[in-house]
Design a protein around this ligand. Structure first.
Ligand SMILES: Nc1ncnc2c1ncn2[C@@H]1O[C@H](COP(=O)(O)OP(=O)(O)OP(=O)(O)O)[C@@H](O)[C@H]1O
Length: 247
């Protein structure tokens, strides 16, 4: 279990996120939703240990009750979009996460190579990112993240740049991968449909200052999450996103 306690993020005198606490469970997918600018990315970046200069934070982060500092190998992070380097080949991009974590180039390449077929990327090793489709690039980014074997993964709007069909395919593929290799996932999304189809639990943030205003487990098994089964939940989430929490 990863636990954030009393996280406050400030930019000069402005409080962006105030007294935010959350638990992230092993092997479960938690989606973080909220209006634009409420601080979702700031929370994720703080968790990843890469809060930008200009922002200050106070708060506690612990895994299984042990305080940790960042970067911590237990926490993997995938920024918005696919964030691949255009001048590196797909194999080099995929291996980069391991190299950054300290593996030699040769051993990093050797570890990612056998995973290419399972990620639908066989034969792409020597290509460059602009030679791949959006969905394939997302899979490379996810391969790069997942190969580090971190217990928890932070994903910031991983599918937002994809067209609707590719996005659906990627969501299904993503769930299958996590079933094969469960991780505790915290995923930021703007898409209520995505959140309700993918998540085991949805955290809703409000803005100014950013804080969590609802923590909603989704008990319905994924196979039973039809449009009808999710309609009420989506409506409820929508009303929370539109609610004025300022008073
Ligand atoms: N480096 C920075 N310096 C000052 N303010 C910042 C900085 N980065 C973000 N902010 C401000 O912090 C607030 C939260 O931004 P953040 O990107 O975390 O929100 P978000 O919920 O992820 O937004 P979106 O959904 O639009 O991506 C915003 O008001 C933003 O302007």
């Amino acid at each position: 279990m990863l636990r954030v306690e009393a996280l406050t993020v400030t930019a000069r005198e402005r409080t962006l996120v105030e007294n935010l606490s959350l638990d992230l469970e092993d092997g479960r997918i938690t989606c973080l939703i909220g209006p634009s600018g409420c601080g979702k990315t700031s929370v994720i970046k703080w968790l990843a240990g890469i809060l930008p200069a200009g922002l200050a934070a106070a708060g506690k982060l612990a895994i299984d009750g042990r305080d940790i500092s960042r970067p911590d190998p237990a926490i993997g992070y995938q920024p918005q979009g696919d964030a691949l380097f255009p001048w590196l080949t797909i194999a080099e991009n995929a291996a980069l996460g391991l190299e950054v974590a300290g593996a030699s180039r040769t051993s990093a390449r050797a570890r990612v190579a056998p995973l290419f077929p399972a990620f639908g990327l066989a034969g792409t090793e020597e290509l460059f990112p602009d030679q791949l489709s959006g969905g394939m690039r997302q899979r490379v980014a996810f391969l790069r993240t997942i190969v580090r074997q971190s217990r928890f993964i932070l994903l910031d709007e991983p599918f937002s740049a994809l067209d609707a069909v590719t996005r659906m395919r990627m969501q299904l593929w993503f769930l299958a991968r996590l079933e094969a290799e469960p991780r505790g996932v915290l995923m930021v999304t703007h898409d209520l449909r995505e959140a309700t189809e993918i998540a085991d639990r949805v955290l809703v943030m409000a803005a100014a200052p950013g804080r969590i205003v609802a923590d909603i487990p989704i008990e319905t098994p994924r196979a039973a999450r039809s449009e009808a089964a999710l309609a009420d939940l989506r409506q409820f989430l929508k009303s929370l996103l539109l609610e004025d929490f300022s008073s």
